[in-house]
Design a protein around this ligand. Sequence first.
Ligand SMILES: Nc1nc2c(c(=O)[nH]1)N[C@H]1C(S)=C(S)[C@@H](COP(=O)(O)OP(=O)(O)OC[C@H]3O[C@@H](n4cnc5c(=O)[nH]c(N)nc54)[C@H](O)[C@@H]3O)O[C@H]1N2
Ligand SMILES: Nc1nc2c(c(=O)[nH]1)N[C@H]1C(S)=C(S)[C@@H](COP(=O)(O)OP(=O)(O)OC[C@H]3O[C@@H](n4cnc5c(=O)[nH]c(N)nc54)[C@H](O)[C@@H]3O)O[C@H]1N2
Ligand code: SF4
Ligand SMILES: [Mo]
Length: 736
Amino acid sequence: MTTTVHRACHLCEASCGLTFEVEGDRITSVRNDPDDPFSRGFCCPKGLALADLHHDPDRLTTPLVRRADGAFAPASWPEALDRAADGLARVIARHGLDALGVYLGNPVVHHLGAMLGTEVFRALFPTRNRYSANSQDATPHLLVNHLMFGMQLAHPVPDLDRARLLLVVGANPLVSNGSLMTAPRVGARLRAVQARGGKLVVVDPRRTETARLADEHLPLRPGADALLLLALAREVLAQGLEDRDFLARWCQGHERLPALLAPFTPERVAPHLGLGEGAAATVRRLARELATTRPAAVYLRLGPCVTATGGLAVWAGHLLNLLTGNLDRAGGVLFPEGPLSWLFRLPFARGSFDSHRSPQGRPEVGGEYPCSILAEQVERGLADPRAPEAVRAMVVFAGNPVLSAPNGRRLARALASLECLVAVDCYLGETARHAHVVLPPRSALHDGGCDPVFPHFAVEDVARWTPPVVPPPPGSVGEYEVIARLSAEVWRRAPRDRRRQPRLLGLLARAAPRLSPERLAALGLRLGSPAPLARAALESAPHGLPTRPLAEGRLARRLLTPDGRVALAPAPLVEDLARLVATLDAPPAPGGLVLVGRRQLRSNNSWLHNLPALLGPRNRCTLLVHPDDARARGLAHGGRAVVTSRVGAVEAEVEVSDELPPGVVSLPHGWGHAAHGHAGRACAATDGPSVNDLTDDALFDPLTGASVLNGVPVTVAAANPDQAAGRTTSTGVASG
Ligand SMILES: Nc1nc2c(c(=O)[nH]1)N[C@H]1C(S)=C(S)[C@@H](COP(=O)(O)OP(=O)(O)OC[C@H]3O[C@@H](n4cnc5c(=O)[nH]c(N)nc54)[C@H](O)[C@@H]3O)O[C@H]1N2
Ligand SMILES: Nc1nc2c(c(=O)[nH]1)N[C@H]1C(S)=C(S)[C@@H](COP(=O)(O)OP(=O)(O)OC[C@H]3O[C@@H](n4cnc5c(=O)[nH]c(N)nc54)[C@H](O)[C@@H]3O)O[C@H]1N2
Ligand code: SF4
Ligand SMILES: [Mo]
């Protein structure tokens, strides 16, 4: 008998509706869902590959523990959980709570059980060594929201469906399908802006898929976003185009801006932007267009967040939306409201900044340290048995920092040296292979619930229930259960830090393994505001409830600043300005090459490459090089090149392309499976290096801690023909 199940795809933020057909315990087909009111039939090849992912024979089905000889052996769940808990508790007993490191990978926020489980784990073990995908990609947004709105999760999204001018900075939604902006069928929404006479402007060094669609593309020099956006904000003020009524009603600190922004004149920033002769005029015109086109929205995502001035760039982006009166205004940027959005008004949603610093002097943001210090935090422990706050044991939940964090080779060596590493992962991937215990939860398609996260970032108000696609096999262990059981076992064994682990937490530790994420989600809906919602009401609409356009008038509820106003000039941002002003009169960046990333539709960060249907026949991990740069270095299309940075060198296939300006080369991230030993068969056969064997953990934004993953200085040379394909060399090896 065939059953049909409708549910949203959990692979990326777009959350497209899909239709699954199931026979017995097999998913026989996955299709788009034309009746989903939000995605209206849109989906991408990754969603369609969910059956392949679910049934991938290389997925781990049983826990693995490392034997004395170093090889992995299968183990029962109780045995593996005991081994993991013993190892973690021993380190806590000897070195204290902060010796435990925790990394939460990107898939965590896409899975209700993983979210709840990791929140339990982090509540029970409040170590300072917390890292996550957020501390790789979102600290500039979290910090700036915290400083300006008093709430790190008060995040306005562009009202795509009503905007008349949309400025997209460092995002490629046609490929990423949107981030901190849940917008399925984003391509159709962007084309609709143009169809109603509006305009799409894209700021991106590469002529991306989104840039090609745009009415105007500004191929900005990597890392120059803060300069461009601050100059635009200054121009809005200089031309007297700011929305004074809005500023007077909602904002504080407006009068300080003219002086603070004074240095960023179009003429002074122009030589740094890489936009050629007319750059100053472009800045003047664009500022006027932004301030006089109603409504307009500025949307800024990953590109600038992983540069050395990401905090300032995000601030400037908010300033533009505020000065032009487009915040909380239809067609500008608005606050989404999902059925569980009330959770984001709880104290944790406020966030924090600089309440403590790492031994390297890096401030916490939202309770986390930046991933670029993780390797050093481990190495400090190896060098000194008493080093405070050194990481000596670690749990990685659904993450793969060996491929995703800068200087991956150094990090791999550090993780391999830990006293105890536990990986909660469905594959024996590049990070999990260094673990002492690998705990593989069952497929996410066996679990259901309600998405607490992405409706809070969606471009329409949405509400859906997520049913399991296939009932969980008896005895299988789900994501939540793995983490809750591990938490309880470690709690039982480890001594308490009385100050940071109050007794009351014991109740949570005991109760956690018996809680059900689905039931908690249903309870959350009932408690929801502004209106409670019954789970049954959602379940009776299998494609989701009808969506609604985002409403205006939600700003007051999102503002948790002491005076109930948006802080336009928070001290940490103002102080950081001096750093940028100092660069203004320096000569523009020297002529060498810089490396940027590029996402691909058929990849999802560092995984999904074990599915032949997504992998495709062609090597996609190519080095894009401008024809002028290729000629100057004797590089041929289809030939091979060695790319070298301060921290390492890798070899990659060359793709000559004028998509990039001269001086900028690009490699996608999330590859390097063969070099880093992924156990999956299809992965092991892939070509292409890990770009994070080149990114430099010494380059970061001192304000937010974010790693510089784009704009990394490199040299490129033709590869020595007898070098092995995909070979990665370690630190300091010169190009061939
Ligand atoms: N150079 C460069 N580096 C980057 C980026 C870039 O643009 N350029 N992007 C950065 C960004 S934005 C991010 S978010 C990070 C992402 O990097 P990470 O947070 O490390 O996440 P992923 O690479 O997605 O790895 C996910 C891991 O979880 C496993 N997994 C998948 N599904 C599940 C599941 O349901 N349960 C469990 N337990 N495990 C699962 C996978 O096998 C994989 O090992 O990478 C960052 N790194
Ligand atoms: N198919 C697919 N979808 C994904 C993912 C994936 O791996 N694959 N990852 C998901 C994740 S974790 C995230 S966070 C989102 C990210 O979603 P997006 O922010 O849309 O991510 P990217 O495609 O990396 O877009 C960043 C853009 O910034 C440009 N860029 C590089 N340096 C600079 C710079 O200095 N300034 C400016 N202005 N631009 C610059 C790059 O060329 C790139 O086009 O995507 C999500 N969706
Ligand atoms: S865009 Fe693709 S991966 Fe993202 S939610 Fe939709 S179907 Fe899934
Ligand atoms: Mo991300």
